[in-house]
Design a protein around this ligand. Sequence first.
Ligand code: APR
Length: 248
Amino acid sequence: MSEQPIDAVRARIDAARSLFVLTGAGMSAESGIATFRDAITGLWSRFDPAQLASEEGFRADPATVWDWYAERRVAVRAAQPNAGHLALGAFERRRPGVLTLVSQNVDDLHQRAGNTGTIRLHGELLADRWLGPCARTPGCATQQARPGRPPRCADCGNLVRPAVVWFGEMLPPGAIEAAERAARGCDVALVVGTSGAVWPAAGLAAAARRAGAYVAIVNPHASEIDDEAHAVLRATAVQALPHLLRHD
Ligand code: APR
């Protein structure tokens, strides 16, 4: 690991035939989206994270957990992609086929910035799914649920839940496999705004490095995977990404 000027990383990205980008909560911090843990404030501070982000917690008190996600959905809908998101969207349009974007974020800011095909390791806050398998064949659409906190299947009473990955749940099918394939196949891996504390996402930088990629980190603070990087840029996503991904 070494501290390197941003221009050295930028030159690597310019020359890359395949760029892998992994983003975490820090990517959306400058859009005003609180991290999951930071959002547990005010009225919510008496709740344990596991209560608000587990199937067990949801089954125990569906209305409270639904309200918590409803509040987070309002915050995400009100937020705007920042200059870092927009730089990634512009890069994908300018250099089609080069970027694989993998995000741990459940917001939709990469999608709104124009990135397509983003691998969303931890699901989607704004999407719904059934809590249990739908009892009918063919299955009912969650849009048909009777409104409520949470909405319910009018037929079998199944509850709607947000399509995020909760503690103890599997990642969306195929997501980590696709992310690992992209990490192993890239020339440059850029890791933005993640603490590197949550697995399996935390292993992707090391996978890229082992496969021969140049690895760079953008994070204003130390992260648990700094040692995996050839270059660590102590900057925010908004400070670094427009410059790193710029085209002259
Ligand atoms: N730009 C870049 N990085 C930033 C910025 C910023 N403006 N602000 C903060 N950071 C960094 C912090 O220094 C920290 O290392 O973003 C990181 C955020 O860390 P976490 O909150 O742990 O987020 P993340 O790594 O995405 O967590 C992984 O854990 O809570 C679960 O499912 C949730 O997807 C999340 C997962």
